[in-house]
Ligand binder design. Structure first.
Ligand SMILES: [Zn+2]
Length: 328
Protein backbone atom coordinates (compact mmCIF):
# COMPACT_ATOMS: atom_id res chain seq x y z
CA UNK A 1 0.00 0.00 0.00
CA UNK A 2 1.12 3.55 -0.27
CA UNK A 3 0.53 6.59 1.81
CA UNK A 4 -1.01 9.53 -0.02
CA UNK A 5 -0.30 12.18 2.55
CA UNK A 6 -0.55 12.80 6.20
CA UNK A 7 -3.12 15.31 7.30
CA UNK A 8 -2.72 15.66 11.03
CA UNK A 9 -1.79 13.76 14.10
CA UNK A 10 -4.03 14.40 17.04
CA UNK A 11 -4.61 12.38 20.11
CA UNK A 12 -7.99 12.59 21.74
CA UNK A 13 -8.50 11.46 25.27
CA UNK A 14 -11.90 9.93 24.77
CA UNK A 15 -13.54 8.33 21.77
CA UNK A 16 -16.55 10.61 21.92
CA UNK A 17 -14.36 13.59 21.16
CA UNK A 18 -12.55 12.06 18.22
CA UNK A 19 -15.03 13.43 15.71
CA UNK A 20 -13.60 16.86 16.33
CA UNK A 21 -10.02 15.77 15.86
CA UNK A 22 -10.14 14.11 12.49
CA UNK A 23 -10.81 15.30 8.99
CA UNK A 24 -14.53 15.73 8.59
CA UNK A 25 -15.79 13.05 6.19
CA UNK A 26 -18.09 14.19 3.42
CA UNK A 27 -20.55 11.33 3.40
CA UNK A 28 -22.20 8.83 5.70
CA UNK A 29 -21.88 11.21 8.61
CA UNK A 30 -25.25 12.95 8.75
CA UNK A 31 -26.54 10.51 11.30
CA UNK A 32 -23.63 8.39 12.43
CA UNK A 33 -24.91 5.44 14.37
CA UNK A 34 -23.53 5.07 17.86
CA UNK A 35 -21.22 2.13 18.40
CA UNK A 36 -22.82 -1.10 19.55
CA UNK A 37 -20.30 -2.18 22.16
CA UNK A 38 -22.41 -4.72 24.02
CA UNK A 39 -21.48 -8.17 22.76
CA UNK A 40 -24.12 -10.85 22.55
CA UNK A 41 -21.59 -13.58 21.87
CA UNK A 42 -18.30 -13.76 23.72
CA UNK A 43 -15.62 -14.83 21.29
CA UNK A 44 -12.11 -16.09 21.68
CA UNK A 45 -9.13 -15.88 19.38
CA UNK A 46 -5.90 -17.85 19.46
CA UNK A 47 -2.90 -15.61 18.74
CA UNK A 48 -0.49 -18.54 18.68
CA UNK A 49 -2.55 -20.25 16.02
CA UNK A 50 -2.62 -17.08 13.93
CA UNK A 51 1.17 -16.82 14.37
CA UNK A 52 1.57 -20.32 13.00
CA UNK A 53 -0.50 -19.40 9.93
CA UNK A 54 1.77 -16.39 9.36
CA UNK A 55 4.93 -18.47 9.74
CA UNK A 56 3.65 -21.11 7.32
CA UNK A 57 3.18 -18.49 4.61
CA UNK A 58 6.62 -16.98 5.22
CA UNK A 59 8.17 -20.45 4.99
CA UNK A 60 7.17 -20.61 1.33
CA UNK A 61 9.45 -17.62 0.65
CA UNK A 62 8.40 -14.21 -0.68
CA UNK A 63 5.00 -14.58 -2.38
CA UNK A 64 5.95 -12.55 -5.44
CA UNK A 65 3.50 -13.01 -8.33
CA UNK A 66 4.86 -15.32 -11.00
CA UNK A 67 7.16 -17.28 -8.67
CA UNK A 68 6.82 -20.89 -7.48
CA UNK A 69 6.43 -19.64 -3.90
CA UNK A 70 3.42 -17.61 -5.01
CA UNK A 71 1.81 -20.61 -6.69
CA UNK A 72 2.42 -22.92 -3.75
CA UNK A 73 1.09 -20.40 -1.24
CA UNK A 74 -2.05 -19.89 -3.30
CA UNK A 75 -2.89 -23.59 -3.02
CA UNK A 76 -2.05 -23.56 0.69
CA UNK A 77 -4.44 -20.65 1.28
CA UNK A 78 -7.25 -22.27 -0.66
CA UNK A 79 -6.75 -25.48 1.33
CA UNK A 80 -6.75 -23.64 4.66
CA UNK A 81 -10.00 -21.85 3.86
CA UNK A 82 -11.52 -25.08 2.58
CA UNK A 83 -10.96 -26.63 6.03
CA UNK A 84 -13.15 -24.05 7.75
CA UNK A 85 -15.45 -22.26 5.29
CA UNK A 86 -18.55 -23.62 3.52
CA UNK A 87 -16.82 -23.12 0.19
CA UNK A 88 -13.33 -21.99 -0.85
CA UNK A 89 -11.85 -21.33 -4.25
CA UNK A 90 -9.22 -19.52 -6.28
CA UNK A 91 -10.68 -16.77 -8.42
CA UNK A 92 -8.41 -16.35 -11.44
CA UNK A 93 -8.97 -13.43 -13.79
CA UNK A 94 -7.20 -10.68 -15.65
CA UNK A 95 -7.00 -6.97 -15.02
CA UNK A 96 -5.82 -4.44 -17.57
CA UNK A 97 -4.14 -1.46 -15.96
CA UNK A 98 -3.98 2.13 -17.18
CA UNK A 99 -0.90 1.40 -19.28
CA UNK A 100 -2.64 -1.45 -21.08
CA UNK A 101 -0.69 -4.12 -19.22
CA UNK A 102 -2.74 -7.27 -18.63
CA UNK A 103 -2.23 -8.72 -15.14
CA UNK A 104 -3.00 -12.28 -14.15
CA UNK A 105 -4.79 -12.13 -10.82
CA UNK A 106 -5.39 -14.94 -8.32
CA UNK A 107 -7.65 -13.95 -5.45
CA UNK A 108 -8.49 -16.63 -2.89
CA UNK A 109 -11.91 -16.68 -1.33
CA UNK A 110 -13.74 -18.54 1.44
CA UNK A 111 -17.46 -18.15 2.09
CA UNK A 112 -19.89 -18.77 4.92
CA UNK A 113 -23.65 -18.83 4.24
CA UNK A 114 -23.38 -17.79 0.61
CA UNK A 115 -27.16 -17.52 0.26
CA UNK A 116 -27.58 -14.86 2.96
CA UNK A 117 -28.15 -11.30 1.74
CA UNK A 118 -26.72 -9.88 4.97
CA UNK A 119 -22.96 -10.07 4.51
CA UNK A 120 -19.69 -9.00 6.08
CA UNK A 121 -16.42 -9.06 4.09
CA UNK A 122 -13.02 -9.62 5.70
CA UNK A 123 -9.95 -9.10 3.52
CA UNK A 124 -6.16 -8.96 3.42
CA UNK A 125 -3.56 -9.13 0.66
CA UNK A 126 -1.48 -12.28 0.27
CA UNK A 127 1.18 -11.22 -2.25
CA UNK A 128 4.64 -9.92 -1.40
CA UNK A 129 6.13 -6.77 -2.92
CA UNK A 130 8.64 -7.78 -5.64
CA UNK A 131 11.39 -5.64 -4.16
CA UNK A 132 12.16 -4.29 -0.70
CA UNK A 133 12.74 -0.86 -2.19
CA UNK A 134 12.94 0.99 1.13
CA UNK A 135 15.84 -1.20 2.27
CA UNK A 136 19.08 0.81 2.51
CA UNK A 137 21.32 -2.19 1.74
CA UNK A 138 19.46 -4.45 -0.70
CA UNK A 139 16.52 -2.65 -2.34
CA UNK A 140 16.12 -4.96 -5.34
CA UNK A 141 15.18 -8.33 -3.85
CA UNK A 142 11.92 -9.08 -2.02
CA UNK A 143 11.52 -9.19 1.76
CA UNK A 144 9.77 -11.99 3.62
CA UNK A 145 6.67 -9.84 4.01
CA UNK A 146 5.82 -11.36 7.38
CA UNK A 147 3.92 -8.27 8.44
CA UNK A 148 3.15 -6.73 5.03
CA UNK A 149 0.80 -9.33 3.74
CA UNK A 150 1.17 -12.52 5.77
CA UNK A 151 0.00 -11.07 9.10
CA UNK A 152 -3.48 -10.08 7.91
CA UNK A 153 -3.93 -13.37 6.10
CA UNK A 154 -2.79 -15.34 9.16
CA UNK A 155 -5.31 -13.54 11.36
CA UNK A 156 -8.11 -14.27 8.89
CA UNK A 157 -7.28 -17.99 8.58
CA UNK A 158 -7.50 -18.25 12.37
CA UNK A 159 -10.73 -16.26 12.21
CA UNK A 160 -12.15 -18.74 9.71
CA UNK A 161 -11.24 -21.51 12.15
CA UNK A 162 -13.11 -19.72 14.94
CA UNK A 163 -16.11 -18.93 12.72
CA UNK A 164 -16.37 -22.58 11.77
CA UNK A 165 -17.02 -23.32 15.45
CA UNK A 166 -19.23 -20.27 16.08
CA UNK A 167 -21.52 -21.06 13.13
CA UNK A 168 -22.67 -17.49 12.31
CA UNK A 169 -26.07 -16.93 10.71
CA UNK A 170 -25.12 -14.08 8.42
CA UNK A 171 -23.01 -14.34 5.31
CA UNK A 172 -19.27 -13.84 5.78
CA UNK A 173 -16.74 -13.72 2.97
CA UNK A 174 -12.99 -13.93 3.51
CA UNK A 175 -10.97 -12.62 0.58
CA UNK A 176 -7.21 -12.80 0.10
CA UNK A 177 -6.25 -10.28 -2.58
CA UNK A 178 -3.42 -10.85 -5.00
CA UNK A 179 -1.10 -8.12 -6.35
CA UNK A 180 -1.76 -5.42 -3.79
CA UNK A 181 1.85 -4.51 -3.35
CA UNK A 182 3.37 -4.19 -6.83
CA UNK A 183 2.65 -0.49 -7.29
CA UNK A 184 5.01 2.29 -8.23
CA UNK A 185 6.30 4.37 -5.35
CA UNK A 186 4.90 7.83 -5.94
CA UNK A 187 3.04 6.56 -9.01
CA UNK A 188 -0.65 6.31 -9.87
CA UNK A 189 -2.79 4.81 -7.14
CA UNK A 190 -4.25 2.39 -9.71
CA UNK A 191 -0.82 0.77 -10.04
CA UNK A 192 -1.48 -0.68 -6.58
CA UNK A 193 -4.19 -3.07 -5.45
CA UNK A 194 -4.59 -4.87 -8.79
CA UNK A 195 -6.27 -7.90 -7.21
CA UNK A 196 -8.84 -5.89 -5.31
CA UNK A 197 -9.59 -3.73 -8.36
CA UNK A 198 -10.35 -6.89 -10.32
CA UNK A 199 -12.42 -8.37 -7.48
CA UNK A 200 -14.36 -5.16 -6.88
CA UNK A 201 -15.24 -4.65 -10.54
CA UNK A 202 -16.35 -8.26 -10.79
CA UNK A 203 -18.41 -8.00 -7.58
CA UNK A 204 -20.16 -4.90 -8.86
CA UNK A 205 -20.95 -6.51 -12.22
CA UNK A 206 -22.35 -9.56 -10.43
CA UNK A 207 -24.62 -7.47 -8.20
CA UNK A 208 -22.77 -8.65 -5.12
CA UNK A 209 -23.66 -6.72 -1.98
CA UNK A 210 -22.24 -6.60 1.53
CA UNK A 211 -23.11 -4.10 4.23
CA UNK A 212 -19.69 -3.91 5.89
CA UNK A 213 -16.08 -4.77 5.23
CA UNK A 214 -12.84 -4.80 7.23
CA UNK A 215 -9.40 -4.94 5.60
CA UNK A 216 -6.33 -5.98 7.60
CA UNK A 217 -2.85 -4.89 6.54
CA UNK A 218 0.33 -4.99 8.64
CA UNK A 219 -1.41 -6.14 11.80
CA UNK A 220 1.26 -8.30 13.40
CA UNK A 221 4.13 -6.19 14.67
CA UNK A 222 4.97 -5.94 18.36
CA UNK A 223 3.30 -2.91 19.94
CA UNK A 224 1.65 -1.92 16.64
CA UNK A 225 -0.67 1.07 16.74
CA UNK A 226 -3.74 1.53 14.54
CA UNK A 227 -5.05 5.02 13.80
CA UNK A 228 -8.24 6.26 12.13
CA UNK A 229 -7.54 5.99 8.40
CA UNK A 230 -9.21 8.71 6.36
CA UNK A 231 -10.90 6.70 3.62
CA UNK A 232 -12.30 4.42 6.31
CA UNK A 233 -13.86 7.40 8.09
CA UNK A 234 -15.17 8.74 4.81
CA UNK A 235 -16.93 5.53 3.78
CA UNK A 236 -17.86 3.85 7.08
CA UNK A 237 -17.27 6.00 10.13
CA UNK A 238 -19.72 4.04 12.33
CA UNK A 239 -17.75 0.84 11.79
CA UNK A 240 -14.45 2.58 12.56
CA UNK A 241 -15.80 3.88 15.86
CA UNK A 242 -17.40 0.56 16.72
CA UNK A 243 -14.21 -1.37 15.99
CA UNK A 244 -11.88 0.91 17.95
CA UNK A 245 -14.35 1.04 20.86
CA UNK A 246 -14.62 -2.75 20.88
CA UNK A 247 -10.84 -3.14 20.81
CA UNK A 248 -10.48 -0.77 23.75
CA UNK A 249 -13.20 -2.55 25.72
CA UNK A 250 -11.47 -5.88 25.18
CA UNK A 251 -8.26 -4.44 26.65
CA UNK A 252 -6.37 -3.60 23.48
CA UNK A 253 -6.36 0.18 23.85
CA UNK A 254 -2.60 0.38 23.34
CA UNK A 255 -3.11 -0.87 19.79
CA UNK A 256 -6.44 0.78 18.89
CA UNK A 257 -5.47 4.38 19.64
CA UNK A 258 -7.65 7.44 19.16
CA UNK A 259 -5.31 9.07 16.70
CA UNK A 260 -6.13 10.64 13.35
CA UNK A 261 -4.14 8.86 10.66
CA UNK A 262 -3.69 9.56 6.98
CA UNK A 263 -5.24 8.63 3.65
CA UNK A 264 -3.83 5.29 2.53
CA UNK A 265 -4.23 3.70 -0.88
CA UNK A 266 -5.04 0.14 0.03
CA UNK A 267 -7.48 -2.56 -1.10
CA UNK A 268 -10.36 -1.04 0.89
CA UNK A 269 -10.31 2.03 -1.35
CA UNK A 270 -11.32 -0.01 -4.40
CA UNK A 271 -13.79 -2.14 -2.42
CA UNK A 272 -15.49 1.15 -1.55
CA UNK A 273 -15.14 2.92 -4.91
CA UNK A 274 -15.68 0.06 -7.36
CA UNK A 275 -17.84 -2.41 -5.41
CA UNK A 276 -19.69 0.00 -3.11
CA UNK A 277 -18.87 -2.05 0.00
CA UNK A 278 -18.40 0.26 3.02
CA UNK A 279 -15.00 -1.03 4.12
CA UNK A 280 -12.51 0.15 6.71
CA UNK A 281 -8.76 -0.50 6.96
CA UNK A 282 -6.95 -1.61 10.10
CA UNK A 283 -3.35 -0.81 9.23
CA UNK A 284 -0.21 -0.14 11.25
CA UNK A 285 0.22 3.59 11.63
CA UNK A 286 3.31 4.32 13.67
CA UNK A 287 3.29 7.84 15.05
CA UNK A 288 7.03 7.64 15.76
CA UNK A 289 8.38 7.02 12.24
CA UNK A 290 8.88 9.51 9.47
CA UNK A 291 6.36 7.94 7.11
CA UNK A 292 3.81 6.61 9.62
CA UNK A 293 4.34 3.04 8.48
CA UNK A 294 6.50 0.84 10.73
CA UNK A 295 10.25 1.07 10.27
CA UNK A 296 10.44 -2.39 8.67
CA UNK A 297 7.99 -1.43 5.90
CA UNK A 298 9.34 -2.58 2.50
CA UNK A 299 12.66 -3.55 4.08
CA UNK A 300 14.27 -6.92 4.70
CA UNK A 301 13.57 -6.47 8.39
CA UNK A 302 9.93 -7.31 7.62
CA UNK A 303 10.44 -10.91 8.75
CA UNK A 304 9.15 -13.18 11.52
CA UNK A 305 11.29 -11.33 14.07
CA UNK A 306 8.81 -8.43 14.05
CA UNK A 307 5.69 -10.59 14.47
CA UNK A 308 4.08 -10.81 17.91
CA UNK A 309 1.25 -13.25 18.63
CA UNK A 310 -0.19 -10.76 21.12
CA UNK A 311 -0.77 -8.18 18.38
CA UNK A 312 -2.31 -10.79 16.08
CA UNK A 313 -4.64 -11.73 18.92
CA UNK A 314 -5.58 -8.11 19.67
CA UNK A 315 -6.65 -7.57 16.07
CA UNK A 316 -8.29 -10.94 15.53
CA UNK A 317 -10.18 -10.91 18.82
CA UNK A 318 -11.45 -7.38 18.17
CA UNK A 319 -12.55 -7.99 14.59
CA UNK A 320 -14.19 -11.31 15.41
CA UNK A 321 -16.15 -9.67 18.24
CA UNK A 322 -17.30 -6.89 15.90
CA UNK A 323 -18.36 -9.40 13.27
CA UNK A 324 -20.33 -11.49 15.74
CA UNK A 325 -21.97 -8.34 17.17
CA UNK A 326 -23.45 -7.87 13.71
CA UNK A 327 -24.66 -11.47 13.58
CA UNK A 328 -28.07 -10.76 15.07
ZN1 LIG B 1 3.48 -3.11 1.13
Amino acid sequence: MRKLFIITLAISAVLSSCKNDVKDPKTNTDNPKPPKPVPTVQVEFNGDSAYKFVAEQVAFGPRVPGTPAHSRTMVYLRNQLARFCDTAYIDHGTHTDGDGVVHQVYNVMGRFNAENQKRFVLAAHWDTRPQADEDPVDPTTPADGANDGASGVGVLIEMARQLHALKPNMGIDIVFFDKEDGGESGGAMESWCIGSQHWSNKAFDAGYEAQNGILLDMVGAKDATFAFEDYSLHYNQPLVLETWKTGQQLGYGKHFVNVAGSMITDDHLFMNKFAGIPTIDIIHFDIHTRNAFPDHWHKHTDNMDVIDANTLKAVGHTVLQVVMNHDR
